[in-house]
Every structure is written in C-alpha cells, then in structure tokens.
Design a binder for this molecule. Structure first.
Ligand code: ZN
Length: 376
C-alpha cells in the first residue's frame, strides 16, 4: 500500500485529540481518500436481482454488508421541526446519529472532520442541499433542473474532475437515478406499476445503468493510478419498497446494502449486519480523523485487513424499526404518540433517555410491547 504523505500530521492530530473514529485511539496507515458512492434507493440484495456486474465485482474484491439498517426512511416536508431537504437517513448518515434534532448537528457531519485537504460533494439532484454544510466543494447538478436525475454520470464526472484538480480527502458522490426510477414504479397504468421487480421495470433498468456508471468510475480510478490509495464505499441512502419509493412502514425501504473496497480492505468477505450510523465513524477511523461529535455508531473495523470480526454486534436499529413497525401493524396511532413517530424523529433526543441510543432503543421497544399488549 502506498504510504500517504499526509499520514504523519493526521496521526499526530488523532493522538492529540484522542478521538480518532468512534472514540478509538489507534493510529494507523490511512488511505489517500475515501469515496462514499451513494446509489439512491438501493435496497438490500439488489445486485442479485438486477444486472449489476460492477457492484458484484466490487463486493467480490472487498467486504459486503448484506444489510445496513436505517431509521424508518420517512421524508417529512421541510419545516422548523424538520430542517432537512432530504429523507431522514441522509443527515443520519453524515452525522452518525439518529438524534438529528440536536443543536449544531449540521456543523458536525463527517465532512467537518477533515481539515488537511478539501472535501467534495457531487450530486445530480437539488434535494441534498441541507447536508452540504462543511464540504469545501459542492456541486449540485443539474443546476435547478429535475429531469437529468437519471444521468448519474454527471455526479461522477464532476467528482472525477475534482479528484484530479483538488485531490479531496473525502468525497460523497450521490447518484439520484435509482431512487427516482423507483418512484416511477408508482405511476399508474404500466405493467410495472407498484412492482419494482417486474422485468425491465424503471427501477431494474436504472440499477443496470447506474451500475455501468460505477464500473466505469472504478476503471477510471485504476487507469489513473488512484485505486491503490482509495477506499470506496458504495451504499444506498435508503432502500426501496417492493411497490416503489420508500414508505416508512413498507419493508425494503429501511435496509440498504454496502460494499467497502480498496486500500487496506479485506477481500471477498460477507458480513450480515451494519447500521447507517456506523458509516461516519468507520470513515473517520479509516482516515485517522475524529468521528463526528454526535456519532453513536461503531467503527466497522472488521473491514480492514488484520482486524478481527466482533463476536456479537448489537442490532439496535433493527430492534427500533421493528418496534415501530409492530405498533403500526397493531393500528396504534404512532404519529400521535411522542417518541414513536418517525415524523418526530428530530425530537427523539428530548425523550428521557436523551441521546443514549442503547437506552433509547430499549425504552422504545418496551413502550411498543406495552402499547401492543394494551391494545389486545
Ligand atoms: Zn434518497
């Protein structure tokens, strides 16, 4: 592995702060760059149902997490209570916490952890402007237009230019095409209406298209001698319901999958479970920078060569989602019950458990059990 000339200052900084990635103090050789490649609305297992040879090859050459659990992927309208322009999992991904209503969360995203070289965010949609704070380079493409959402290569081409010109340490590329295509499956009057798995549905077609864009990008990194210094993370910002889009209470939307591949990463491993709040601490740990201030996930150290796989991983996000789903299925008015409404996610930290994620999930699971029991 190529040793980065930025290794020493970052390692020194991490020692000083004592807070490299998930409050961990180990200092290690870091990659030149980490690229978070988001395929909007990629549900778990998609590459086994769609033509996605590039994603499959990347999984074979890296680490695949079969399921990455997210908070229920609601998309409340922007308001004083919900100051985000995108669905709940997006600010959760960048901050590493579900408690996104805390003051200054938007000044403590993963991009804020990088201070040595630029960071870049390249996205072919206008919907992610709320999570751009802290990126030194932000390109929202197309400017103000909606229709080229499907041309995911615009995000990638902008990133490629910036990698050559600015050499960012951390990059988020967001390809909106697949999520937009999933929504098209809701349009009436087609054989694929309400079924993303219908042969040649817009969702499946876009999966193949975006996979081609991903494959060309990986090849471009290799052709330009950049691959050896790169960690590439490919995941969805949320999943996709079988009927299309990501209704919070429809299975499919609350899980995505993730591949981590590249510099120093194990090859050909498959792990079952991760949570979206783990991604920011993992990037921080890999890059020897502090984890975002509010992050409460764990660094997925098992992705790295030589690191052991933890014997047991708590599945809190899954437990939380299933508790909320149980109430919903029992017909309990979750939106009228503080702490159980995804619409009130911003206020979750005002629960008695505050921002203690483990205690919060335990309390929500107990509350769901009680509500469902009382209903019977
Ligand atoms: Zn999305």
């Amino acid at each position: 592995m190529k040793k980065s000339k930025w290794f020493l200052p970052a390692a020194f900084l991490a020692l000083l702060t004592g807070c490299a990635g998930g409050k961990d103090k180990t200092v290690q050789q870091k990659p030149e760059r980490t690229i978070l490649f988001v395929i909007d609305g990629m549900t778990s297992g998609l590459h086994q149902k769609a033509a996605m040879p590039a994603f499959t090859a990347l999984a074979d050459s890296g680490v695949l997490f079969r399921e990455v659990w997210l908070p229920l992927p609601a998309h409340p309208a922007k308001s004083d209570a919900y100051p985000w322009t995108c669905s709940i999992p997006n600010p959760v991904l960048m901050s590493g916490t579900v408690f996104i209503g805390q003051d200054s969360v938007n000044r403590n995203f993963i991009q804020h952890s990088f201070t040595e070289r630029p960071t870049g965010f390249f996205v072919n949609s206008v919907s992610y402007v709320a999570i751009k704070d802290g990126f030194s380079i932000y390109e929202q493409l197309p400017k103000g237009e909606m229709k080229p959402h499907y041309t995911d290569e615009v995000s990638v081409e902008a990133a490629k230019k910036s990698i050559l010109a600015d050499n960012p340490e951390f990059i988020r590329i967001h390809c909106q095409g697949l999520g937009s295509a999933g929504s098209r499956n809701k349009e009436e009057g087609h054989p694929y209406t309400n079924n993303i798995w219908y042969p040649d549905s817009p969702y499946l077609r876009q999966a193949a298209y975006t996979d081609g864009v991903l494959g060309q990008f990986v090849q471009w990194l290799k052709d330009n001698d950049l691959w050896d210094g790169t960690v590439l993370i490919v995941m969805g910002d949320h999943g996709q319901a079988d009927a299309g889009w990501h209704e919070p209470y429809m299975p499919g939307g609350r899980t995505t999958q993730m591949v981590v591949a590249g510099s120093g990463i194990k090859k050909g491993e498959i792990y079952d479970y991760a949570e979206i709040i783990d991604v920011a601490p993992t990037i921080a740990w890999l890059q020897n920078v502090p984890a975002p201030k509010f992050s409460c996930g764990r660094a997925l150290k098992e992705v790295k060569e030589g690191e052991a796989v933890p014997a047991r991983v708590p599945q809190r996000m899954k437990a939380l989602d299933e508790a909320l789903q149980k109430c919903h299925d029992a017909g309990i008015d979750v939106s009228g019950t503080p702490g159980l409404s995804v619409e009130q996610i911003c206020k979750w930290h005002l629960e008695p458990q505050g921002t203690d994620f483990a205690a919060f999930v335990d309390a929500q699971v107990a509350r769901a059990d009680e509500l469902v029991r009382n209903k019977k």
